[in-house]
Design a protein around this ligand. Sequence first.
Ligand code: NAD
Length: 353
Amino acid sequence: MKRFDYTGLPMRVVFGAGSIQRLSAEVERLGAKRALVLSTPGRSESVAEVARSLGSKLAGIYAKAVMHVPVEVAADARRVALELGADCCIAVGGGSTTGLGKAIALTSGLPIIAVPTTYSGSEMTTILGMTEGGRKSTLRDPKVLPKTVLYDPELTLGLPSALSAASGMNAIAHCVEALYAADGNPINSLQAEEGIRALASALPRVMKAPRDVDARSDALYGAWLAGVSFATTEMGLHHKLCHVLGGTFGLPHAETHSIVLPHAARYNRDAAPEAMARIARALGVDDAPQGLYDLEVALELEMRLAGIGMPKEGLEKAARIATESPYPNPSEVGYAGVLSLLNHAYEGRRPVG
Ligand code: NAD
């Protein structure tokens, strides 16, 4: 066994259908009395119901979370938290809402309770991505880690099928990169492989019956594992590309991950044989990149960057930014190879060869 370091992150998890009913008790457990509830604008009504359950512990609702945490939105949310005298924040939503909570925690130290309603896995990590002037940058800081994460699959029943599938592939991408990260370790690998297995089995069932609580529960379990395995390992080329495509070209986060993943896996296939074997085993296939591609086809996902608004003339710029300051990666990151990867993803070609 190779040498490794392992850092466990301090985190309380409450998991299960109906666990949202324990939210008020979890606020008390933190010693907090005034919770600011965060959400995206589109979710404010269903989040209001969650907020009402807090009774006198509700300080207010801030429903302006948007993707990739623009610095201006973070500043506004911090101001509102201060004005309302909030002593904790509850992020009810996907990675955008969790990210806003993390941005508040970064400067205020307010404890965060995350209630994830997608499979992004952000709630498990010390990573915060923010955008300023069209560029996304990420930092890692223990201050942004939620104190408590409450996973209730019932809150995910209304997540549209297409978004469920794409978000699930975002989680699988975390597992894939954790499996070949140079700073990976046996515990992370177990979690990542099990995460892929859980998600690959649950997502087709979610597509067939979006309100199947058991399928939703399995998918959320996979997302939790994905977040944990990703939390303490380095990100590679796949995440770098998605950060560039999301931050610079405004492409939707989960869909971008889903489209790029089989191609990033193909790029790294020969340099990371052990990871590829584990991915293939979790998917029940022989070839990991093609297995990922086939799963996405079966989930009826968009397979082309062209189909989610990527301008063809932007591919060279994306390749340039991604290779200027690359993340560590099993295969060497070079401009020509990355541009070719992006061209394949642009057209949604099968990752063969
Ligand atoms: P999101 O949070 O932007 O949500 C996508 C859309 O789905 C939103 O309109 C939201 O309102 C809606 N939605 C969320 N839950 C719903 C539900 N249960 N039912 C119906 N609609 C629902 O999307 P995301 O993919 O979860 O998060 C993307 C963001 O998270 C990006 O900014 C990304 O960078 C970040 N992220 C960060 C990390 C990290 O570790 N820091 C990890 C993953 C993602």
